[in-house]
Design a protein around this ligand. Structure first.
Ligand SMILES: Cc1cc2nc3c(=O)[nH]c(=O)nc-3n(C[C@H](O)[C@H](O)[C@H](O)COP(=O)(O)O)c2cc1C
Length: 332
C-alpha cells in the first residue's frame, strides 16, 4: 500500500539526511512480474510487488564494470496480517502499470523529467483576495526541537484520539513548511511544482480562523476558502470518524489526475499516490518532532472534492492526515 510505503520512505529519507547519506527514490524501474527485482527479493509476484527503490550513497566516481552476480535473498518473514483479503483490481492495476524492459524504464524517466520543467502548476492565486492570505510563520532553524531522528521515529505512532486543544500557528506552519520542501526522486524535481495540492480544514490553530484553506507551496501561505467551524463536516468526510473532527487540523491531498497522465503515462496514479504518502509521512515526523500527534485516515472521495469546490473541482483525493494534540500524550 502506498500509504505505508510513504511512511517508510519518509522515515528513511529523514534518517539518510541525519546521517549525511544522499538518498533518492526511484520509481522508474523494471517491475514486471518476472523482473530481476522480484527475483532478487524472492517475491511471490502474484501477491507482492516492489513499489519503489531507494539509491543510497556517497560515491563520487561511477563504479567501473558490472556489479557481481547476487544470489536471491530468501528471508523468512512474519505474515503482515492473520488473513489476507484479495483485491484483484489492485493486482490488475499494478500489472498494467508495470514497466517491462530497460528501454521502457529509461523512456518513462526521460518523459517524466522533460515535462517536469514546466511543472503541473500551483493553486490559482488571485491578487484580489490578498486579505484571505496568511503567510506561514514556521520555527527558525534555532527553534527546531533537537531530538534525534531515531527518537522522533520511536515516538511516532498514529494518534487514536485527539484532545480538541489548539496547536499554535507556529507549530502548524512548521509542519507544512518542513513537509513540503521537495522529495528527491526520479520523477519530481526540486524546482518543479508538486503533483498534489494541500487543502487543510482548520479547527483549532491559534491566530488562524477556523475554516477551509488551500496551501500555496510557492508562497508558503494559506488561502482561506471558506470560514467556519467544520468539525462536524470533517468528521463526516473522514468516514464519519471522531479523529478528523477532534484534531486541530486535517490536511487533504488532492491531485488533478487528468493532468498527471500526460507526464507519467499509466504510472501517474502511482506517482501522485507516492508523492502524497511521502509528504504525509513527513507531516507525521514534523508533528511528532514537535511532540504533537498525527493520524492517516480514509475519506469519502467525491464529497471531499465537493467540500473544497469550486477551488478543487476536477481533483481527486489521495491522502488525509489529522494533526493535533493526542488526548493521551499532550504537547510539552
Ligand atoms: C490506507 C490506510 C487507511 C487508513 N485509514 C484509517 C482510518 O480511516 N481510520 C483510522 O483510525 N485509521 C486508519 N488507518 C490506520 C492508521 O492511520 C495507522 O496507520 C495505523 O493505526 C497504524 O499505526 P501506526 O501509524 O502507529 O503504525 C489507515 C491506514 C492506512 C494504511
Amino acid at each position: 500500500c502506498y500509504w505505508d510505503n510513504g511512511t517508510i520512505l519518509a522515515n528513511l529519507l529523514a534518517t539518510a539526511v541525519a546521517c549525511h547519506v544522499p538518498a533518492r527514490i526511484v520509481v522508474g524501474f523494471v517491475d514486471a512480474v518476472d523482473a530481476a527485482v522480484g527475483r532478487l527479493l524472492s517475491l511471490d509476484t502474484r501477491r507482492e510487488g516492489a513499489l519503489a527503490l531507494v539509491t543510497l550513497g556517497n560515491a563520487t566516481v561511477k563504479a567501473a564494470g558490472f556489479s557481481p552476480a547476487v544470489q536471491p535473498l530468501a528471508f523468512e518473514t512474519v505474515p503482515l496480517s492473520e488473513k489476507e483479503i484479495d483485491y484483484p483490481a489492485i493486482e490488475a492495476m499494478h500489472e498494467a502499470s508495470s514497466l517491462e524492459s530497460e528501454r521502457e524504464a529509461v523512456d518513462w524517466r526521460s518523459q517524466a523529467s522533460v515535462v517536469s520543467s514546466t511543472g503541473t502548476g500551483s493553486p490559482t492565486f488571485s491578487p484580489a483576495s490578498k486579505e484571505r492570505f496568511f503567510a506561514l510563520r514556521p520555527r527558525g532553524d534555532d527553534e527546531i526541537p533537537r531530538d534525534t531522528i531515531e527518537e522522533v521515529i520511536q515516538r511516532r505512532g498514529s494518534s487514536r484520539e485527539f484532545s480538541r486543544e489548539s496547536i499554535s500557528f507556529k507549530q502548524f506552519s512548521t509542519m507544512l513548511d518542513r513537509a513540503t520542501r521537495g522529495i528527491p526522486t526520479d520523477f519530481l524535481y526540486p524546482e518543479g511544482a508538486p503533483l498534489n495540492d494541500l487543502y487543510p480544514i482548520v479547527h483549532a490553530v491559534e491566530d488562524l480562523s477556523p475554516g477551509a484553506y488551500v496551501f500555496h507551496w510557492d508562497r508558503l501561505a494559506l488561502e482561506l476558502l471558506k470560514e467556519g467551524n467544520f468539525r462536524r463536516e470533517a468528521g463526516y468526510l473522514g468516514l464519519g470518524q471522531e479523529i478528523p473532527a477532534d484534531c486541530s487540523a486535517d490536511v487533504f491531498f488532492l491531485t488533478d489526475l487528468n493532468m498527471v497522465p500526460e507526464r507519467f503515462g499509466n504510472r501517474s496514479y502511482r506517482a501522485a499516490q507516492l508523492e502524497a504518502s511521502v509528504t504525509g509521512g513527513k507531516l507525521y515526523l514534523a508533528a511528532y518532532a514537535q511532540s504533537l500527534g498525527a493520524s492517516g485516515l480514509t475519506f469519502f472521495d467525491d464529497d471531499v472534492t465537493d467540500f473544497f469546490s469550486p477551488h478543487a473541482a476536477g481533483k481527486s483525493v489521495m491522502f488525509l492526515i489529522a494533526l493535533g494534540k493526542s488526548a493521551k500524550r499532550r504537547s510539552r
